[in-house]
Design a protein around this ligand. Structure first.
Ligand code: CMP
Length: 216
């Protein structure tokens, strides 16, 4: 639990309290945890695996809004404003979650200011990311959008060793394209170009971004 950002400043006693009120659940890949417009009933903390947050157009096209990985949380919006789920959530791999019921989440916010502060900081970060994405969709070309999305994933989910950042993401090409706001063809073209220039190399669900070549 100490690796969960939300809880980093809590004492051991407080962490034990959280464990006693939360419910640990494990899901296989591909499970829809909730859908957009469902009533919100729980808050989720991701311990292992990953979850994609997405929305769908009326014609069924999907748009990935965010990728949630270990140590991060989701499902707070509908609990905070009492409105339906703002997006859907689906597991991408075998995933363990701490599930906190709505009323327990409200008790935590009332009693633990550090948790409230973290939730507020996380909401700010999401709004900033969304503003950045609106900017990119409005002003930036497809190639730069792909590159910026790779850098965002590297910053949020990568581990750095020297000049190389390894990014482990369970998103497929369609989902990566949706996240960057480009077509799958545009994504493939840009990734191939980055690979040709040895800026990005691919493994199974893993990308390696070479910062020296990127900046060179
Ligand atoms: P909630 O609306 O309860 O259910 C969907 C969750 O997805 C939402 O809470 C947030 O935790 C998360 N979410 C919704 N939109 C975004 C976004 N643009 N970026 C990151 N996370 C989001």
């Amino acid at each position: 639990l100490k690796k969960v950002q939300l809880f980093e400043s809590l004492s051991n006693e407080q962490l034990h309290h959280i464990l006693s009120i939360a419910n640990k659940q494990t899901f296989p890949p591909g499970i829809v945890l909730f859908q957009e417009n469902d009533p919100g009933s729980a808050f989720y903390i991701l311990l292992k695996g990953s979850v994609k947050i997405y929305t769908r157009s009326t014609s069924g096209e999907e748009k990935v809004l965010s990728l949630i990985q270990a140590g991060e949380s989701f499902g707070e919006l509908s609990l905070l404003d009492g409105r339906p789920r703002s997006a859907s959530a689906q597991t991408l791999e075998s995933t363990s979650l701490l599930v906190i019921a709505g009323h327990t989440f409200h008790d935590l916010l009332r009693n633990q200011f550090e948790i409230t502060r973290h939730i507020m900081a996380e909401l700010c970060r999401r709004l900033r990311d969304t503003n950045q994405h609106v900017y990119d969709l409005t002003f930036v070309d497809a190639r730069t959008r792909v590159l910026k999305n790779v850098i965002l994933l590297a910053n949020r989910h990568g581990s750095r060793s020297g000049n190389v950042i390894s990014i482990k993401v369970a998103l497929n090409y369609d989902e990566l394209a949706q996240m960057a706001g480009v077509t799958k063809q545009a994504l493939s073209q840009v990734l191939r170009d980055l690979e040709d220039r040895h800026i990005l190399t691919f493994g199974l669900n893993e990308y390696k971004l070479d910062l020296a070549r990127l900046n060179g």
